[in-house]
Design a protein around this ligand. Structure first.
Ligand code: RUB
Length: 308
């Protein structure tokens, strides 16, 4: 369990972050845990696997990719330990491959939506959104990017390093500069932590303000999201929990000592309603947000709506 606990801790502290990366890290952790798991009976095996799964799922509450990856990995039908072990290892390996392939597909499908000369605005650090952007560039499109800083964790710094390595001209702005820059933008492309059955997007805090600005300025707003980022539980009316992170990410708590009337909030994500989203680029193709249900039904299934 030590290695699995280590991965869980890295996800919790955001050493591993981004919805796709935490999902993949969790699938690897569960696979490696099950590979070496000692259990005499299938009941003991099941108890230990469920405990490990919950340890991973409970690290961060918002990105639905995490429970989807874990519950898709740990399902098995065999009634003996070795059979169940093999099934889980295969499921996890399949998920890991699916996640890698999905990023490539999103790159190719998303790149087709990007025109030569486009200025693209992105927020936070999303491998799915970056895959579409860098693939368009590799296809010879002359594009440039504006990235927000993405306070408080400044994931925009990861973007400028990544895009600079590709040689893509990139401008770094503070989050509050979005509305004043939106007139220079052709498309917004962001990633997703979760997409609900009604097509609403949950992504890094500030995404919904950005969507509002894009809507006002009639700039297309695209979301790049693997099918495993859709939330089956929202079919049953469950809400996606928004993670509140420690306030020391925002400011030094010592500064509050003499300010007894001041409270600091640090929600990590927000919700962008479907009406502000033009398209969702998934690995299965491009959909309008109103088709989110189809993705859940075809690619995730009802089974996950009970547990995931
Ligand atoms: C990351 C974030 C990203 C999505 C999508 O938040 O909001 O936009 O997770 O990323 P955090 P990807 O830094 O708090 O994890 O496309 O890489 O899965």
């Amino acid at each position: 369990m030590d290695q699995l606990q280590e991965t869980a801790e890295k996800i919790r502290t955001m050493e591993i972050r981004g919805a796709g990366r935490i999902a993949k890290a969790a699938a690897i952790a569960i696979r490696d845990y099950v590979r070496n798991l000692d259990a005499y009976t299938i009941q003991e095996f099941d108890y230990k696997v469920q405990k490990a799964a919950k340890t991973l799922v409970n690290t961060r509450p918002t990105a639905v990719s995490l429970p989807n990856a874990v519950w898709m990995s740990v399902k098995y039908s065999k009634k003996n330990v070795d059979g169940a072990r093999e099934e889980i290892i295969n499921n996890a390996n399949q998920f890991i491959k699916q996640a890698d392939d999905a990023l490539d597909n999103i790159g190719n499908i998303g790149a087709r939506r990007i025109q030569n000369g486009d200025v693209i605005l992105t927020h936070c650090n999303s491998h799915a959104a970056l895959s579409a952007i860098t693939t368009a560039f590799e296809h010879g499109k002359n594009i440039s990017v504006i990235t927000t800083e993405s306070r408080p964790r400044k994931q925009g710094l990861l973007n400028i390093k990544y895009l600079n390595d590709y040689g893509i001209p990139t401008t770094y702005i503070v989050d509050s500069a979005v509305r004043s820059c939106i007139k220079d933008v052709d498309k917004v492309i962001v990633g997703a932590d979760a997409i609900s059955v009604n097509g609403a997007l949950v992504n890094k805090i500030g995404t919904s303000q950005l969507a509002l600005s894009a809507h006002e300025a009639r700039v297309n707003f695209l979301v790049a999201a693997e099918t495993y980022k859709f939330s089956p539980r929202t079919i049953q009316g469950n809400l996606i929990e928004i993670e509140d992170r420690p306030i020391d990410e925002v400011m030094d708590p010592d500064k509050l000592k003499d300010l007894p009337h001041v409270n600091v909030k640090n929600p990590a994500f927000d919700v962008t309603p479907a009406e502000y989203i033009d398209l969702i680029v998934t690995d299965a193709g491009v959909i309008p947000p109103g088709m989110a249900y189809i993705i859940i039904k075809e690619y995730l299934g009802w089974e996950l709506s009970d547990i995931g």
